[in-house]
Write a new protein. Sequence first.
Length: 158
Amino acid sequence: MSKLSHINEKGEARMVDVSDKATTARRAVAEGFVAMRPATLELVEKGEAHKGDVIGTARIAGIMAAKRTHELIPLCHPLAITKATIDFTLSQSPPGIRVTAEVKVSSQTGVEMEALTAVSVACLTLYDMLKAADKSMIIEGVRLIAKDGGKSGVYRAS
């Protein structure tokens, strides 16, 4: 296992010093899935959810989360996000909604945490918007699926 960058020689947590790193284009894509009953998915499809525009609200929440990741994850750097998109794919089998976030930045550090946070908050918002109809929903499979840029280069999930 490689040395953890957020731990100093004494084993203490630290924010990584990126001041000597080059500013480069960086991109990360993450995904998650909210599994739900078919009847709950039908409410989304028909636009009949009690709280209103489920997808639109979750999209804005995910974008806001990407921009505020540094306020939620203690050792993340604040980043000037240049792109944050949240996409939703409704699935009949299994019933649910797949959420995908893409985040871009030109920076000295990556945006993986921003993409993962965006997906997580968008999924939580879907749950919040639909919980009156289905408290049994499951948020699952939140993961990084792609990353470009920086010293570690390209990553693609298998």
